[in-house]
Design a binder for this molecule. Structure first.
Ligand SMILES: *Cc1c(COP(=O)(O)O)cnc(C)c1O
Length: 407
């Protein structure tokens, strides 16, 4: 086999479909986020980032940076081992206590990322509970799907956010058979939110555990940033809450929060927890500072929601189509992979605006989009420049606008 030729032709197919991924080479400026220098390529120069998952700018927060600096000065760089073999530092222990408290759970367990936490926790729970069936929402994140897949447990995929379909599937199983309902609160591509209370009702009626990915909600919703389940007073009804420290908390890492026994079970059996080096203590200390700050301060959440509302209003005034949803994610719909990439390239090259195109397989073909994530650190001028650039490009690329009368 001509291996190189195989690689090249697979990549050529991606390019022809407009789905080839090009990474922007960015250098963020401390204290000036969302500004960054774009190094090389057609967008070379200063750009404003409009697609970051550092939703609140916490990756720049002075408390977070100070905690990381002082942890490095106090403890050095790496953890030096797996959690079991000398890698558990005081910073890890403190962060887990902070996270358990955030979600009102007995315990929490850290992983090296949100991806790993879903993959390892779901893989372990589904793989080791005899006869368990996982009921998985059709739009669950790849990390949940991979965890469920590798567990080899029976699985049923229910239609996205469809309670009737979920109930039908639950009712098809014996009442005493073990079941786990896996779903998210805020879905990151459409920005819609699951009916969590109703899913908990079904879980109780049919004897199922619940596993909720709050990755796009932690830090952002609820009085202390505990997520949508906190906002709706539902945390105690969820068996496992999973989150990331890499998005609104601005650092890195993932976790689950649950009962002492469940957490101890995953700690003791999850390969993806046991056989990998622990996060650097400075990362754990930075994440803990971020969680602590957002528990006490609502200013960032309030400013975030206001900025999101402002961008939506401005887009509506121009008739630029975006999915109406109850979250902070603004998906501007293009519906064509080549145009989506083209608009993104022009935004960067001509307007100094960086919004990564979201194409297949991240979203279904025909629903290609620009996923805009406003933050409290975007200024009014940033918003102006964004909507002006989008209006220009919408005219240039002959893209459909919403009929203004219909809004
Ligand atoms: C990003 C994401 C993850 C993974 O979290 P990381 O910390 O980035 O690995 C998990 N679930 C969802 C829904 C995500 O969007």
């Amino acid at each position: 086999m001509d291996y190189q030729n195989f690689f090249r032709s697979a990549l050529d197919t991606l390019r022809d479909e407009g789905n080839y991924r090009v990474f922007a080479n960015l250098e963020r400026h401390r204290g000036a986020f969302p500004s960054a220098a774009c190094r090389g390529g057609p967008g070379e120069g200063e750009v404003t980032i409009w697609c970051s998952n550092d939703y609140l700018g916490m990756g720049q927060h002075p408390d977070v940076l100070a905690a990381m600096h002082s942890a490095i000065d106090a403890s050095g760089a790496g953890a030096g081992g797996t959690r079991n073999i000398s890698g558990t530092t005081h910073a890890h222990v403190e962060l887990e206590a902070e996270l358990a408290d955030l979600h009102g759970k007995e315990a929490a367990l850290l992983f090296t990322s949100g991806y790993v936490s879903n993959w390892a926790a779901l893989g372990t729970l589904a793989g080791r509970i005899p006869g368990l069936t996982v009921l998985s929402d059709a739009l669950n994140h790849a990390s949940m799907i991979e965890g469920i897949r590798q567990s080899k447990a029976d699985r049923m995929i229910w239609r996205h956010n469809d309670l009737a379909d979920l109930e039908e599937k639950l009712a098809s199983l014996p009442l005493d058979a073990p079941k786990l309902i896996a779903f998210e609160s805020v879905y990151s591509m459409d920005g819609d939110i699951a009916p969590i209370a109703e899913i908990c009702d079904l879980a109780e009626r049919y004897n199922a555990m619940t596993y909720l990915d709050e990755v796009h909600a932690v830090g952002l919703y609820g009085p202390r940033g505990g997520g949508v389940a906190e906002r709706e007073g539902l945390m105690d009804r969820i068996t496992v809450i999973e989150g990331t420290l890499g998005k609104a908390f601005g650092v890195m890492g993932g976790y689950i929060a649950a009962s002492t026994d469940l957490v101890d079970f995953v700690r003791s059996f999850a390969s993806g927890f046991i056989f990998t080096t622990a996060l650097p203590p400075a990362v754990a200390a930075g994440a803990a500072a971020s969680v602590r700050h957002l528990k006490a301060s609502t200013a960032e959440r309030t400013a975030h929601q206001a900025r999101v509302a402002e961008v939506r209003t401005r887009l509506d005034a121009l008739g630029i189509p975006h999915i109406d949803n109850p979250s902070h994610i603004i998906p501007v719909m293009v519906g064509d992979p080549v145009k989506c990439k083209y608009i993104s390239d022009l935004l960067l090259a001509e307007h100094g605006i960086y919004i990564q195109p979201i194409n297949y397989p991240t979203v279904p073909k025909g629903t290609e989009r620009l996923r805009i994530t406003p933050s409290p650190v975007h200024s009014a001028e940033d918003v102006d420049r964004l909507v002006t650039a989008l209006a220009t490009l919408w005219a240039q690329c002959e893209l459909a606008r919403m009929p203004l009368a219909a809004q």
